[in-house]
Design a protein around this ligand. Structure first.
Ligand code: UD1
Ligand code: CA
Length: 454
């Protein structure tokens, strides 16, 4: 049976105490709603709708172009929300998978398991449930003496006895479309009589069961599937759980993570076998790291890194790094830095929009910006490109085997020829031909000092 998915994302999320719609909160490099959509795609389901309400336009712009959107103007409950999307499924015999936009941990694998169980049982409704030591505010799964699933009771409507039940509704439910439309019609036909005065999607269970429908609760292997981010504390718990699963996947793929609790890697980051990551490292965005690198306590964002590099306590942003480079300790590679291979950018050096050729070294306290640097160039300690005149940025070209002495200012635009030497302390404002030694220091003035005795 064809499966179509609907993400419920109409609520504001009052408990977040933020103007941002709850589903646009970010964990592990993406918003909650985009995580949910990606999990659905991971399960091989391509037809996805989302119900939006609070700041609808903003949610739609973020959620992804391949989604179909339905508007819920007023937030009157989960059944009401799904009813707003009924034209998505009401005229066909399909399965409708409903997920909460604030529950990012229902993985593709869990969704596939749920769909598989639903089909095997030839079910009309199947709820993804979980057993929790603390069932908190979740809807309770009510079963009869034989263990058959009967209905869901929301915490706020539960009796003292029902509150103790620790099997709960994850909020992910799959329906046969015809049964769903029937049940929604019934729920929407009368005023809700429950503690929250809302149209509850969970009432579909009792309605469908009473009409002889086949209803099941499928208990997830991973109890984290229920984790929803209703406030910022729960958001941190969701992020922690997702982070643990990202790190586990990477470790099983051969990445060495010394302390996964203290290593922060976004969902879409790729890392090759044999790379070793020490604690305190943050790897963000679309970063791709190859094999056999060693990374100590660094932040690496939207960058592509080859193999066998050593990166120590450094910050790397939107940059590309080849193989066997040494970065740090305490280097800052800003946007559009490109290190070829076997280079070194060391202590307190900063680079920006620069290409650094093979074997070149910027070992200490330098700034290299808007520069094309050839091979085997050496930047002495404290040497800088003066690329900015207060108005415009200017380029520097430094050719192969040039030697830039300590504390040299290269006043751009400038070209330094190959195999040329610039003496320490020079401020060079004109091009340097190939194979030339340049000393450009101010003339020394010397006077006899007056010694004042106190
Ligand atoms: C819901 C379930 C509960 C389950 C829990 C799992 C119902 C009645 N209760 O409770 O059994 O244990 O999820 O997390 O379904 N939404 C809308 N429009 C609305 C109301 C909600 O789009 O009018 C969306 C929200 O944005 C959210 C999702 O539906 O993404 C769930 O709503 P929420 O209010 O968080 O439901 P819970 O009280 O958590
Ligand atoms: Ca919720």
């Amino acid at each position: 049976m064809n499966v179509k998915a609907v993400i419920l994302a109409g609520g504001k999320g009052k408990r977040m105490k933020s103007d941002l719609p709850k589903v646009l909160s970010t964990i592990c490099g993406d918003t909650l709603i985009r995580h949910v959509a990606e999990n659905i795609r991971d399960a091989g389901i391509g037809e996805i709708a989302a119900v939006t309400g609070y700041r609808s336009e903003m949610v739609r712009e973020n959620a992804g172009e391949d989604l179909t959107f339905y508007l819920q103007e007023e937030q009157l409950g989960t059944a009401h929300a799904l009813n707003c999307a009924r034209s998505f499924f009401e005229n066909e015999d399909c399965a409708v998978l409903v997920l909460c936009g604030d529950a990012p941990l229902v993985s593709g694998e869990t969704i596939s398991d749920l769909v598989g169980f639903f089909e095997e049982q030839n079910a009309d409704i199947c709820v993804l449930s979980a057993r929790l030591p603390d069932p908190a505010g979740y809807g309770r799964i009510i079963r009869d003496e034989e263990g058959n699933f009967e209905r869901i009771v929301e915490k706020k409507d539960a009796t003292a006895e029902q509150v103790l039940i620790n099997e709960v509704n994850s909020g992910t439910i799959i329906f046969r479309s015809r049964r769903l439309t029937q049940a929604l019609d019934e729920i929407m036909s009368k005023k809700p009589e429950n503690a929250q005065g809302e149209y509850y999607l969970t009432d579909t269970i009792e309605i469908t069961a009473s009409r002889g429908g086949r209803v099941f609760a499928y208990s997830a292997k991973d109890p984290n599937v229920v984790l929803g981010a209703n406030d910022r504390y729960e958001l941190s718990l969701c992020e922690k759980a997702m982070r643990a699963s990202i790190n586990k996947r990477l470790m099983l793929d051969g990445v060495r993570i010394i302390d996964p609790e203290c290593t922060y890697i976004d969902r879409y980051v790729k890392i090759g076998e044999g790379t070793c990551i020490y604690p305190g490292t943050v790897i963000l965005g679309s970063t791709e790291i190859g094999k056999n690198n060693t990374v100590y306590s660094s932040r690496i964002e939207d960058s592509v890194i080859g193999e066998g590099n050593l990166i120590d306590t450094s910050v790397i942003e939107s940059s590309r790094i080849g193989d066997e480079n040494t970065v740090g300790p305490f280097a800052h590679l800003r946007k559009d830095t490109c290190l070829s291979s076997r280079t070194k950018v060391g202590s307190f050096s900063e680079t920006k929009a620069s290409f650094i050729g093979e074997g070149s070294k910027i070992p200490h306290l330098s700034y290299v910006g808007d520069a094309q640097v050839g091979q085997r160039v050496n930047f002495g300690c404290g040497s800088v490109t003066a690329n900015y005149d207060g108005n415009k940025k200017h380029p520097s070209v430094i050719k192969d085997d040039a030697f830039i002495g300590c504390n040299v200012n290269l006043i751009a635009p400038i070209t330094v020829g190959s195999s040329s030497y610039i003496a320490a302390g020079s401020s060079v404002s004109r091009d340097v031909p190939d194979g030339t030694l340049v000393i450009e220091r101010s003339k020394r003035l010397q006077h006899k000092a007056k010694i004042i005795k106190k």
